[in-house]
Design a protein. Sequence first.
Lengths: 384, 146
Amino acid sequence: MPGIEGMKVEDAPARTKLRVLFVEDDPADVDLASCALQRSGIDPEYDVADSAESFTAHVQKSTYDVVLADYNLPSWNGMATVEILQREGLDIPVVLVSGALGETRAVECIKQGAADYVLKDHLLRLPDAIRRAVREKKLREDHRRLLEDLARSNRDLEQFAYVASHDLQEPLRMVAAYTQLLAERYQGKLDENADKYIHYAVDGATRMQRLVQDLLAFSRVGRRAAERRKVDCSVVLATALQNLQTAIEESGARIEHGDLPTVTAEGAELMQLFQNLVGNAIKFRGSDPPRIRVTAEKAGREWIFSVADNGLGIAPEHAEMIFVIFKRLHTRSEYPGNGIGLSICKKIVEQQGGRIWVESVPGQGATFRFSLPTKIRDAERNVS
Amino acid sequence: MTVGPEVLLVDDSAADLDLTREGLRRSRQPFQVSVVMDGADAISFLRKQGKHAQAPEPDLIVLDLNLPRKDGREVLSELKKDLRLNRIPVVIFTTSQANSDVNQSYAQGANCYVTKPGNFPEYAAAVQSMADFWLSLAILPRKEMQ
């Protein structure tokens, strides 16, 4: 096998080209570092900056894979490069190259954002330090890109659901209205089959309208995040119970609640959340009249709300599934509904930075719990 | 010559116009219906311009908001600024349920705002009660003798 003299082919490392920006006032030090890199298979294409001004000019003009900065320069400090890069919004790893740095200071530099540090009398370690810093930067970039892609695809999907459900309403209204008009005008004037077919069409169109409306309600959750303000949960619950009055009276439900806190939320969504949970507790009742208790307690930085009932309960294997959109555990004839209520609850809670879950023993009722942060997140507070 | 009040329907959907006519038919009052299918045409009709030179002056305008050529919102604002037309009651009849549309319409002088119901029985009932109220119960502005 032909090979380079004295070296087996498979040992020859693939050569890597790297764009390097040296922050250094001593050309001899640049040469030394550059040699150390070449010996380990890195061909640096480099520029040298000897002041904060020339460093800024270089990073604004060109792109670099890594910055190798001397920590002890007479006019400025190598760590200033980290600040400049952050200010410029550039993610270029900085490896500090210095004489004795001292452990405390070295740790401090890494904390402030330097990728690594290498002692000048230990330059053998430099290539590996650079390779690692470059690899980590690539991982960071991949990670960021993935997150951006995910966020964008989520936004697109939400927008799609919103536009689709919104724009489907119009043509659907036509189908529903005209099948109903047909039913009204030609009922009993055609044959039996015609009556049945028209009934199927009316029923299908009506159900689809309901679905599309629910989907629209689902995709609207969180679109009014700007309208969050302090709301008193006992007032919100009272409104929800008012909306449920017919169901409460018909079922003979008894609903009590403990002290409920004031939270920062979008009031209409919070109302929907209580209404859906209490409404479900009434709907999925057992043979006894529903007894429902709404409470809240503080746990660390969260409020944990509970809506406990004495209804049918939910088998543990269904505890997660019930929050998925359009999932139903019962046939439509047993319990009406589209399986969208709890998914709306989940979306409302998660939009406000909380979680929702259920605890239940089948036959002994269910307790739905959700958490809401006691304080809005810092980022949001700064905006307001 | 004509029997009963004049109603002008402004809507770009032929299907909705048929539903509205169906609802009007169920009303007890006799009346005349004219139809225009875009906003610009509505303005020409009301101002008796061009092909509408012989157009009757409506007693009630039923106006959709989303219209081609000239939006229903513009039509409303234009005719409420017109000293000759601003007395004619305008019923906004649209699918939009947006608060902004409701509030803006009233602010611009709409006399009533009704959303088109999603099913036929309710749609017909809405049109019927609209006609019963505006064409029978309410006293409409008196037209000058021509």
